[in-house]
Design a protein around this ligand. Sequence first.
Ligand code: CP
Ligand code: NVA
Length: 305
Amino acid sequence: MKVKHLVTLLDWTADEIRAVLDLAHRMKKDARLGRLSPTLTDKTLALVFEKSSMRTRVSFEVAMAQLGGHSIYLSQSDINLGKREPVKDGARVLSRYVDCIAARVHSHATVEELAAYSTIPVINALSDRVHPCQALADIMTVQERFPAREDVTLAYIGDANNVARSLAIICAKLGFGCRIACPPAYQFDEETLAQIRSRARGAFQLTDSPAEAAAGADVLYADTWVSMGDEAEAQQRKRDFEAYRIDSALLGMASEDAIVMHCLPAYRGNEITDEVIEGPHSVVFDQAENRLHAQRALLQVLLGG
Ligand code: CP
Ligand code: NVA
């Protein structure tokens, strides 16, 4: 039987994504009532992380513990994957010990190689291309805030990076409107645009105007201007993205009941102002919490049979 991975949501159907989201909502309600089912007893998750993380690492470890299984965190200094031994060897060795790998990697090719050689599910816990686990929690949060609406429009303001790409992909698959406002030099590559446009069930728009993206939008979304791996360009990026900040003026252009989202960590004063992230429209901590529920559901789907 073919192993199901989550390398990118491009590989998942809308029904598969909806199944995880529906389960995540149910599991969140159950958890609130103190009902946690240990369905993954004796299952082990390896967390192979080449980059820093708080939310992703902690939510995966807690999710696994709540499901009755356990996890092993392997930083780059522990296993030095790709240098001490080839990625494909690591994939095959870990497949003999554990039941699932969640990998946070610099190069997307690394998580693709892990998936190609693993006989167990591989979850992309962030690569330079995409951040699918973030997108699942993001849409879960949008569904909580706008439960009866299928015509929600999200406006992402900033760098067309891994977070933006996964957000655009999940919106395209599920039929949400998605607008990305980004300086011309930082926009999606042609391959990504073709992938999104060929799947877009909702309206997709790419613009260099934050005001155009924000106008009447239900969700304003920010991520850092300087992702992990882009540090050498930090000064240039801060200049280039100066006009791509979610502040009160931009929020004023969105819908009256708009929510403000950020995957975190946030750099206040850069991509978002302190006033907006601390203000009444911000749902960033619900969004962070939902990483746990979405990933518990994802692990259940991939490992629970
Ligand atoms: N949003 C997110 O992935 O956070 P971490 O980098 O802390 O995991
Ligand atoms: N775009 C950011 C997301 C961090 C969660 C990065 O890749 O650093």
